[in-house]
Write a protein that binds this ligand. Structure first.
Ligand SMILES: Nc1ncnc2c1ncn2[C@@H]1O[C@H](COP(=O)(O)OP(=O)(O)OP(=O)(O)O)[C@@H](O)[C@H]1O
Length: 127
C-alpha cells in the first residue's frame, strides 16, 4: 500500500476510535441517551416481529439515528456550555442548552410520529 494512503487510513482509524470513545463516554454519562437507545432497540425488535417493509426499515433506522445523533450533539453542547460557564448562571448558557434540548425534542417527536405511522397499521391487524 502507498505510504500517503496508509497514513490517511491510519489517521481515519484513529479519528474513528476517538469518535467511538466519545459515544462510549456519552452513554456512560447521559441517561437520556441510554433510554433512547433502548427505545430504538425495542423499535427494531418490533420491526422484526411485524416484518416491516424495506422502506419502513429505512424510516425506522433514519429516525433512530436522528434521535441518537441529536442527543450526542446535545451532550457535546452541554459539555462546552458547562466548560465556559464554570458553574455561573448565564443567560446565553441557558439559551444554548435550551435550544440544543429543543433539537432533541424535535427529533424525538419526529421519530415517534414515524413509529406511530409505521406500527399502528400492524398493531391493528393484531386486534
Ligand atoms: N450555566 C447555566 N446558566 C443558566 N442556565 C443554565 C445553566 N446550565 C443549565 N441551565 C438551565 O437550567 C435548566 C436545567 O438544565 P440542566 O442542564 O441541569 O438539565 P437538563 O436540561 O435537564 O439536562 P440534563 O439532565 O440532560 O443534564 C435548563 O433550562 C438549562 O438551560
Amino acid at each position: 500500500m502507498a505510504s500517503p494512503v496508509k497514513a490517511s487510513l491510519k489517521k481515519f482509524i484513529k479519528s474513528c476510535s476517538f469518535a467511538i470513545s466519545g459515544i462510549y463516554q456519552a452513554f456512560q454519562t447521559e441517561r437520556n441517551l441510554r433510554i433512547e437507545l433502548c427505545i430504538g432497540l425495542l423499535t427494531i425488535g418490533a420491526g422484526f416481529y411485524f416484518q416491516i417493509t424495506l422502506g419502513e426499515w429505512l424510516a425506522v433506522l433514519l429516525a433512530s439515528g436522528l434521535v441518537l445523533s441529536a442527543e450526542l450533539f446535545n451532550s457535546a453542547i452541554e459539555t462546552v456550555v458547562d466548560l465556559v460557564a464554570q458553574g455561573q448562571e448565564l443567560p446565553l448558557a441557558k439559551r444554548a442548552k435550551d435550544i440544543a434540548a429543543g433539537a432533541v425534542l424535535l427529533a424525538a417527536l419526529t421519530a415517534a410520529l414515524i413509529g406511530l405511522i409505521i406500527f399502528i397499521p400492524y398493531m391493528k391487524l393484531l386486534i
